[in-house]
Design a protein around this ligand. Sequence first.
Ligand code: AMP
Ligand code: ZN
Length: 112
Amino acid sequence: MDCIFCKIANGEIPSTKVYEDETVLAFKDINPQAPVHVVIIPKEHINCALDINENNSIAVAHIFEVISKLGRELGLENGFRVINNCGEDGGQTVKHLHFHILGGEKLSEKII
Ligand code: AMP
Ligand code: ZN
């Protein structure tokens, strides 16, 4: 499968890693939208949030445990935003489930 984030997860494409374990990888976004912009993915390929199910949701739960840990490690104690874009209407450009962690400043452009 020609998936950029699978290639990052298996080391074929380099990334600036900020966290890695058996099931999860977090790396700096190549086009940062805030002073801190990290992308966190399950190493296992999941297309988007529509494909989260009882067989893979444990990896998603683990992602949020890691987000909590990273929030502190990245100095985001004052707060941050987690964003998931899903599918065409959600504006997802990389079709491998991922969550954006944005912070390091007071964020603008809040839509909800
Ligand atoms: P989305 O629009 O939610 O699908 O987000 C995809 C994100 O992946 C964008 O913010 C891109 O800047 C980021 N991205 C694409 N390719 C790379 C890469 N090779 N390394 C790091 N981030 C990337
Ligand atoms: Zn993938």
